[in-house]
Write a protein that binds this ligand. Structure first.
Ligand SMILES: *Cc1c(COP(=O)(O)O)cnc(C)c1O
Length: 425
């Protein structure tokens, strides 16, 4: 069941009317349901527990999807590890109480300082993406007098059949190393001081709605593991990445049970520890961006609802042409007439458009609240101060109450970070 829906004519998140959150914290504001996040995580856990014991897998939540400390703390408490892609995210994960032994460090361009933090903290796995990175890790590990568990991120050259900007497993993408170069990389790594090449990783893309690309990638991976073992490598961990899709419009997400069955059939016979890195599928449908209509504008050919949220608050529509449903917080009456409108933000860019030619109740007017749905993943984390718009506050709903989990940024806070040099003062 979804935690977001109408009750007595008002849109609620769990048992809290969104109207109440707007009254307390203003708009725009991100609102997340703790219950929905926990339910999504538990669905992953229970699907995996059906095919393997608890100690054979680690769900490393890909915290770039939503790295709010409260969200990470909630997931850490349910047993999640973390997949981090920067030093900043690593710090967040530690602050949220997630131990290094349950943390995976991914990303195509890690700095020396970031790698040093990872190595000193004994991360479960560092996913290496180049020879240059491998040599840097070896240097740091020797300096620290330790050995780092690494895996290579293999680019299996499969088409995830998702949006071009979130496809990562094709040969022309910048990610990973080519499958056919893998043997040479593992040979080099094994001979290198400070390096334990114990894992193999993939992540083929995001928002996948079809299991076939996973099946293809897992099959390549299993073949590679057999080959590497023959060559004397002790492969103990397979990191299968994230990428399971969710419903924004009419997509049918892959079934977690079927996904787990693929792991059972292709991966488990290898006798490895399995790491999963879901992000979007844990938090995406648990959040909304609550916004208020500022103006209703009728042009010659179009009607616009101009809202107080903008592309700097939720970038996905501008960045990927992503679709997010927009619904009114007051449930439309039966038979309510509809109008075809564009829902747009106030930023001076034409791409600051949430929806084009969409049907919404005709009586929506300035002052009304709208919910931009399915905004829990890759929403707040991508926000910027473009147009000197303060970052939007975030609220976490739990047990009939709501807490501010990211404070409201003030315009003064933004201005204070600029420095006017003495010669201009
Ligand atoms: C982004 C990312 C994920 C999470 O992807 P979702 O589609 O949000 O599940 C997992 N692993 C890596 C390496 C990533 O870059």
């Amino acid at each position: 069941m979804s935690a977001i829906g109408y009750k007595s004519g008002k849109l609620h998140i769990e048992n809290v009317a969104l109207e109440k959150i707007a009254e307390t914290h203003g708009t725009p504001v991100y609102c997340y349901s703790a219950e929905q996040i926990a339910d999504n995580f538990r669905a992953w856990q229970s699907a995996l527990r059906k095919v393997m014991p608890d100690d054979k897998f680690t769900i490393c939540y890909a915290c770039k999807a939503n790295s709010n400390l409260a969200v990470m703390k909630l997931l850490g408490g349910l047993g999640a590890g973390a997949d981090v892609v920067s030093g900043g995210e690593m710090h967040r994960a530690f602050r949220a109480g997630i131990p290094g032994g349950k943390m995976v460090f991914s990303g195509v361009g890690k700095s020396e300082a970031e790698l040093a933090t990872a190595i000193k903290n004994g991360l479960m796995l560092i996913n290496v993406e180049s020879g240059s990175e491998l040599r840097l890790i070896s240097k740091i590990a020797q300096r620290e007098n330790t050995r780092a568990n690494i895996s290579f991120r293999i680019n299996p050259n499969v088409d995830a059949k998702t949006h071009a900007k979130i496809t990562t497993g094709l040969r022309e993408n910048k990610f990973g190393i080519d499958l056919e170069d893998a043997a040479a990389f593992y040979r080099e790594a094994k001979a290198m001081p400070g390096i334990l090449p114990t894992g193999v990783s993939i992540h083929i893309g995001s928002q996948l709605t079809d299991l076939a690309p996973f099946e293809e990638a897992f099959t390549h991976l299993a073949g590679l593991v057999a080959q590497l073992r023959q060559q004397g490598h002790a492969i103990a961990t397979l990191d299968l990445g994230g990428g399971l899709g969710i419903t924004y419009k009419d997509e049918v997400p892959p079934d977690l049970g079927q996904y787990a069955a693929l792991i059972r059939d292709i991966i488990l016979p290898l006798g490895v520890h399995v790491v999963l890195e879901p992000g979007r599928s844990i938090v995406g449908d648990a959040g909304i961006l609550l916004t208020r209509v500022l103006h209703k504008k009728e042009g010659h050919t179009k009607k616009f609802l101009i809202v107080d949220a903008a592309m700097n608050d939720l970038m996905r529509p501008a960045l990927y042409g992503a679709y997010h449903p927009v619904i009114p917080c007051n449930a439309p009456a039966a038979g309510q007439a509809q109008a075809v409108v564009d829902v747009v933000g106030p930023v001076c860019e034409t791409s600051d458009t949430f929806l084009t030619d969409t049907a919404l109740p005709e009586n929506i007017t300035a002052g009304d609240l709208l919910a931009i749905m399915v905004s829990g993943a890759y929403g707040a984390v991508m926000a910027s101060n473009y147009n000197t718009r303060p970052l939007v506050p975030e609220v976490l709903v739990h047990d009939g109450k709501f807490d501010l989990v990211r404070k409201i940024q003030k315009i003064e806070d933004i201005l204070n970070d600029d420095i006017v040099p003495g010669w201009l003062a």
